[in-house]
Structure formats: structure tokens, C-alpha cells
Design a protein around this ligand. Structure first.
Ligand SMILES: [Zn+2]
Length: 602
């Protein structure tokens, strides 16, 4: 563990605060939290509270508060490093106590900066809620309610040069530290220090663990800059952080994430219940941020502003994310200028619909490229075709190449053959027989012609899994959690699995029971001949491998059927309209693309 923040975080996550504090004072449960008599000031009725979900304590009598490290520092009267060592000891964690003096100094300082930021966030928050102020009015006008303001810890910096300084100094911080923490500025001519954030709505910036590491402040009038962010400091690097990731990472389903530009977009979406959202911090997406996204998601849906700057930023984000292997889509905001405006106008169902309809980045790139040309003019049309072909050339999947080639051909009325020549150069051979267009080899074509009989190997792997489910109730439950009858190819397999789902609570199921299901004799013979003796079921990887194979087979079969369907459509003389043929084929191609993606995810 070289990262200092990681060490601190590890200590905090291992040493439960209630557990540690109960070693010093008596605490009693109070709801999901605890309370007790404050050890730091004399009192008869408890005003000392422990919040277990946030892992912090706070005394409402004397104001003392902080995390588990602060508590130990205060009660044992230890300096930061010794408190860390003491806690590491209690929770049986080995940390290298031989770190050199310089590292110790950095650890101490970064902890201090974190504390300063927590205090500043509290200060800004109390400014916002304790009396009437333009910051609160602004947020209400933008449609945020009190609950969401509290959730994101939003605040207000007073229209004053020194209110934050005065507060932080009054609770014991030194001005040098305030300057270095980035919240306070210093004028060398007059040797005066001043609050950097004045008369702004304050957005605390969290790291992915939820620590406040910086602020973004938005003006309330027309002055510039509209957004002011904390400078990079020991604890804050805006190129390596994504706003909202601390919330979003718990909400990500299907490894898909929405990327927006601004704080307000993110908070607004969150208030409406769209929570898998992160925002860049006033910069174009960086490689570091891209890698952070890749850690949590395979698909990123870009939802930037619809203006020129937003399109430019989207293009850059596409390049960074696709290079990292993230599947990128772009959301269509219709006539709205940003996601905030969109969700207020169309609601959550409208937004979700656009997520479903969000377009692949290739199409987005082609569409945007097209805006630069007047395709009514032949010359421009050719130029556009050449440029767009370069975009298509980057695609690896042949089905996708076909799809976007057709798309491009429709846009500009240049034949698919010509575009393909442009993409593949002289190596492209024109296919004389149109009917073969979607067949990649003859062998595959054979399989397509006979969708009924499934191959022996494929049948065997299905029978294997069914046999396991018959013999073991325990594995049956696990398996049925991961797979259902639709994933099987063979009709008899489907039949048995759907019966098993209904009867999954039976202990052992004999083959006789299965026979009564009208299963063909061959299949039963196959089942009977399978022995599981050589399969180590305790190794779940073995079962997972079987499940993956079955799913793979069925997806491949679906793809084959779709390819066959494409050929049928091409051969169908009844459909006269070429456009209709094209659009049907494109529709199928898209389904194939999705299935291929599904295959890759297995
Ligand atoms: Zn107290």
C-alpha cells in the first residue's frame, strides 16, 4: 500500500468507529446510530453521537467531532502518525511503521487537508441553510429540494473576503495550511490572505471513497469565471477524479455509466432517480478519468451539452474511451441544451427511453461529420464519403462494417460497393453473387440450412448440466440462478429445465421422473450414460464453464438464424422496394451486433 490515502482508508474501514469508541465510554444504540456521554466535556445528558454509516462522531455539546482517527488522536492525545499506528495495531493491520520522515509528513498533511475540507464543507452548508441567502434561492430555483442539497452537501460561500478564514482559524488551523489546502489565496504585495470562494454556490468534490477533496463554486451573477474549481493540491487532482463517482459506483447496474459535463446535470439526474452518473470536473475527459470509468463500466453513455463545445468534448471522450475498450454510445438530447433541461422537460421515462435509443459512437461521428458538408453537391458528397469511410475503417466487426456502410450509403446515395472499395482499397473484391453477402464461410452456411439438429458436442454439454441439476439440489439452485430454459438449444433440454424450475425444491430427482415428461428416448439414454465422477463440483469454475458454453452455443445459433433470415430477405422477390430490403437487413444486422457483444461479455 503505497498510496497514503489508501492506508488511511484501510484503517477507517477496518476499525469500526462504534467499536473503538465503546472501548473508552459507554454508548447506547439510538436508532441505527449510538449516543453516550461526551468524554471531552462534562455532561449529564448524552449529546455525543456516533453515526455508523458515515463512520463519524459528533458532540452537539462541545462541537468536537471527526472520524475514528480524530477520536483516537484527541482521547489518547496522540499525534496523527501515532494514532494511525495505534489503530492499525488494534485492528490487526500491518503497516510499515518504518516509513521515512518525508512520507510521514505527507501522510499527516494530507489527513489535515482532508479535515480542513470537511470543516469548510460544514461551514458552507451551514451558510446555505441557516439564513436567507442567494445561494439557497438559486438552488431552489434550479429545482433542487432540501434532501438532495443535503445529500450532495451543497453550500454557499458568503460574499466576504475572510469568513472561511476566520472560521477555520477559530477552530485551530494555521493560515499556511489553509493556503496550501487551496481554499485560501495569498496576495504577496499586501501580504494578505483571502477566501478564494466568495458569493458562490459550493459543490464539494468527493473522491470515489466519499472524502471531500476539493470544491467547485458557481457564480450567482454574470461574473467570470462561471465555475471556479479548487486548484490541484496534495489531495486533489482534477484530471484523476470524476464528480459523483462515490455515489454512482454503488448504483451501477449492467456495468453501464452515464457521463455528463456539469455538477448540476448530475445532481438533477440523481434527484430524478438516474443515479449511475459521473461528471468531468470542468475539463475535457482525461485518460486518467477514462481508466476510472473502465474500472466500473463496459458501456459509457455520453450526455454532454448539445452545443459546439459539447460536441467537441463528446468526440474527445469517444476517442479516449474507445481506445480503452469501452463501448460508447451518445444520448440524443433533442432540442434541449443539457441533460438537466431534458429531464425536467421529458421526465425520467423520457430520459430512460433516450438511453435505450442512444446511438453508437460511429453513427454519431458520421452524423457530425456530415454537418460539415453540403451533400447536395457531388464534390462534397464524395469528400464526405471518403472521410466517413475512414471512420468505418476503424471498426473491427465485419457485421458492423456492413451495417454502417449501408447507413452511409443511404445517407449519400453512393453504392455500398463503392464505399467498401474506399474502405478496403484494392483488396476489396466485388461480390458477383449478391445472395452470399452475409455468409462468411460455406461451413457456416450449412449449419444455417439445418437449424433443427444440434451438434453432438453441444447436446452433450447441455445433458451434463442437466445431470448435475438432477443429482444435487444445492447445485441446481445455483445453476438455475444463472441460466434458464431459453439458454438451451435442444427442445428436450428446455422441457426438462422448465420442469426443474417448477420442482427445484425436490431433493434428488430420478431419471424415471424425467421419462414421464415425454422426452425422446435417445436423450434419456444420453443422460443415463453421463457420469459426474470426474467432475469436481466444488470448483464452481467447472460449472460456470459449462453454463458459459451452453449460453455461447445458443447465442451463436441465434446469430446463424438471423444471418439466414437476411439471406431470405435478399432472395425474396416479393419485396420490390430496395429501401425496404435494406432497412430490414439493417435491423437484423443490429440485432446480430448486439448478440456478438453479448458473446464477448460471456
Ligand atoms: Zn462534548
Amino acid at each position: 500500500m503505497s498510496d497514503i490515502k489508501d492506508i488511511i482508508e484501510e484503517i477507517k474501514s477496518r476499525c469500526d468507529i462504534a467499536n473503538v469508541i465503546s472501548g473508552y465510554i459507554n454508548i447506547k444504540p439510538s436508532g441505527s446510530n449510538y449516543k453516550g456521554l461526551c468524554p471531552f466535556h462534562g455532561e449529564k445528558t448524552p449529546s455525543f453521537y456516533i453515526n455508523t454509516s458515515k463512520q463519524i462522531y459528533k458532540c452537539f455539546g462541545c462541537g468536537e467531532g471527526g472520524d475514528v482517527i480524530n477520536f483516537v488522536m484527541k482521547i489518547e492525545n496522540l499525534d496523527f502518525m501515532d494514532a494511525v499506528k495505534s489503530l492499525a495495531n488494534t485492528c490487526g493491520m500491518e503497516i510499515n511503521t518504518n516509513v521515512d520522515e518525508a512520507t510521514k509528513e505527507i501522510m499527516k498533511k494530507s489527513k489535515k487537508f482532508q479535515d480542513i475540507h470537511v470543516e469548510a464543507a460544514r461551514f458552507y452548508f451551514s451558510n446555505l441553510i441557516k439564513s436567507k441567502n442567494p445561494g439557497y434561492e438559486y438552488l431552489r430555483k434550479r429545482g433542487l429540494d432540501d434532501k438532495i442539497i443535503k445529500k450532495f452537501g451543497l453550500g454557499y460561500s458568503l460574499d466576504s473576503w475572510d469568513s472561511l478564514i476566520n472560521y477555520l482559524i477559530s477552530i485551530g488551523y494555521k493560515s499556511e495550511d489553509l493556503i496550501e489546502s487551496g481554499l485560501v489565496g495569498y496576495k504577496s504585495e499586501s501580504k494578505k490572505i483571502y477566501d478564494k470562494f466568495r458569493n458562490r454556490v459550493m459543490f464539494p468534490i468527493f473522491d470515489y471513497r466519499g472524502n471531500v477533496i476539493g470544491f467547485g463554486g458557481r457564480v450567482l451573477d454574470d461574473s467570470l469565471p462561471k465555475y471556479l474549481n479548487s486548484p490541484d493540491t496534495l489531495i486533489f487532482n482534477k484530471r484523476q477524479n470524476l464528480y459523483g463517482l462515490n455515489f454512482a459506483r454503488k448504483e451501477i447496474k449492467d456495468r453501464s455509466i452515464i457521463l455528463v459535463e456539469g455538477y448540476m446535470d448530475l445532481i438533477s439526474l440523481y434527484q430524478y432517480g438516474i443515479k449511475n452518473v459521473v461528471a468531468t470536473l470542468g475539463t475535457a475527459l482525461t485518460d486518467g478519468q477514462g481508466s476510472l470509468i473502465k474500472r466500473y463500466a463496459d458501456t459509457a453513455i455520453i450526455s454532454y451539452d448539445s452545443d459546439e463545445a459539447g460536441i467537441k468534448a463528446s468526440m474527445r471522450a469517444i476517442d479516449i474511451l474507445t481506445k480503452l475498450g469501452v463501448n460508447v454510445k451518445v444520448l440524443n438530447l433533442k432540442e434541449c441544451k443539457d441533460p438537466d433541461e431534458f429531464i425536467r422537460k421529458y421526465g425520467v421515462s423520457g430520459f430512460e427511453k433516450e438511453i435505450q435509443n442512444s446511438i453508437n459512437y460511429i453513427k454519431y461521428k458520421i452524423d457530425n461529420l456530415k454537418r460539415n458538408f453540403n451533400i447536395e453537391k457531388d464534390e462534397d458528397r464524395v469528400k464526405f464519403a471518403k472521410e466517413a469511410s475512414k471512420i468505418i475503417k476503424q471498426i473491427k466487426s465485419p457485421v458492423e462494417v456492413d451495417y454502417y456502410t449501408k447507413y452511409l450509403s443511404q445517407q449519400i446515395d453512393i453504392s455500398i460497393e463503392s464505399i467498401k472499395k474506399e474502405i478496403y482499397g484494392k483488396y476489396y473484391k466485388e461480390s458477383k453473387n449478391k445472395n452470399n453477402k452475409y455468409i462468411y464461410n460455406k461451413k457456416e452456411q450449412k449449419i444455417i440450412e439445418k437449424p433443427k439438429a444440434i451438434e453432438k458436442g453441444k447436446l452433450l454439454v447441455e445433458e451434463n448440466l442437466i445431470k448435475i441439476m438432477l443429482e444435487s439440489k444445492k447445485y441446481r439452485e445455483i445453476i438455475l440462478f444463472k441460466i434458464n430454459e431459453e439458454d438451451f438449444l435442444e427442445k428436450d433440454s428446455k422441457e426438462i429445465v422448465s420442469w426443474l424450475i417448477k420442482n427445484k425444491d425436490l431433493d434428488k430427482i430420478t431419471i424415471d421422473k424425467i421419462k414421464s415428461l415425454n422426452i425422446c428416448e435417445e436423450y434419456i439414454k444420453g443422460l443415463e450414460s453421463i457420469s459426474l465422477d470426474n467432475l469436481d463440483l466444488n470448483n464452481t469454475k467447472n460449472i460456470d464453464d459449462i453454463i458459459r458454453n451452453i449460453k455461447k452455443n445458443s447465442i451463436n445459433e441465434k446469430i446463424n438464424l438471423l444471418l439466414r433470415e437476411q439471406i431470405d430477405i435478399e432472395n425474396n422477390k416479393d419485396i420490390k422496394d430496395a429501401k425496404e430490403v435494406d432497412s430490414k437487413i439493417m435491423e437484423i444486422a443490429l440485432k446480430i451486433v448486439e448478440l456478438r457483444r453479448e458473446l464477448q461479455r460471456l
